[in-house]
Design a protein around this ligand. Structure first.
Ligand code: ZN
Ligand code: ZN
Length: 245
């Protein structure tokens, strides 16, 4: 089968690394953990300040808060799908910068889905916390400039982006905390049954792991296959061989 691993030009090298879950797990370094701590510290500051600023708009009304929270959660779900699809589909553990930092964890998760259940809070949430800072910063720093709706929206989007891996982890746990089970039953966060499909080869759907709300729509219209065709048309790069993910 044709395959191309972006950044390696060496499908054999990809094969030897991706086939070994222990090798991928061992790629978790002290430097990586330090990066995650920085992400958590920055996210705590930015998210905390964004929450404070959003609460300043409590008088904007229940409807605005409901719409902004729903839109923020849907946006976080879409972003989780795009990021997850990107790291599942393109590149390899040898890709510069993101290979070890991000792609490694996604490929490892397919080989050993339960491993993430044993990751502590820092390893689970550090990456997404760092990503969430870019979302919450405008709400934290310039709430008057962007106004009530965007401030509340960015707070909720940032909160859910920061904890997406926690929600994903709960979907893999036999017995998640009671509050998680309640939120899963209410379909407010990713339920285990909604995520199961992604862990069946060839792992080519169900990429959204925050609330899972968008999976039916995006998979139904072939959104990610269309994106893959677009990327291939523009760059000439083929998706990584799907069986290996
Ligand atoms: Zn995946
Ligand atoms: Zn999973």
């Amino acid at each position: 089968m044709e395959s191309s691993a972006m950044g390696t030009g060496n499908p054999e090298g990809l094969e030897t690394q991706v086939d070994d879950a222990d090798t991928l797990e061992a790629g978790y370094t002290q430097a990586h953990r330090f990066y995650e701590w920085i992400g958590l510290a920055l996210a705590a500051s930015s998210l905390g300040l964004a929450a404070f600023q959003a609460l300043g708009y409590l008088d904007a009304g229940v409807l605005l808060w409901l719409i902004a929270a729903f839109a923020g959660a849907a946006f976080a779900d879409l972003l989780s799908g795009l990021v997850h699809w990107g790291f599942d589909t393109w590149g390899s553990v040898d890709t510069p910068n993101v290979g070890q930092l991000a792609i490694r964890t996604f490929r490892h998760h397919h080989l050993d889905p339960k491993a993430m259940v044993h990751h502590d809070f820092v390893e689970t949430n550090g990456h997404n916390a760092m990503l969430s800072v870019a979302i919450t910063a405008p709400a934290a720093l310039v709430p008057e400039t962007i106004g009530a709706g965007p401030t509340v929206f960015l707070f909720w989007a940032g909160l859910l982006v920061a904890f997406t891996s926690q929600l994903h982890k709960w979907a893999h746990m036999e017995r998640p905390p009671r509050v998680a089970r309640w939120l899963q039953r209410a379909r407010l966060i990713l339920p285990a049954d909604a995520h199961r499909g992604h862990h069946t080869a060839p792992h080519d759907g169900g990429y959204c792991v925050t609330t899972g709300w968008l999976n039916g729509l995006l998979d139904g219209v072939g959104f990610f296959r269309g994106l893959e065709r677009m990327v291939t048309a523009v760059t000439g790069v083929l998706p990584a061989e799907r069986e290996r993910r």
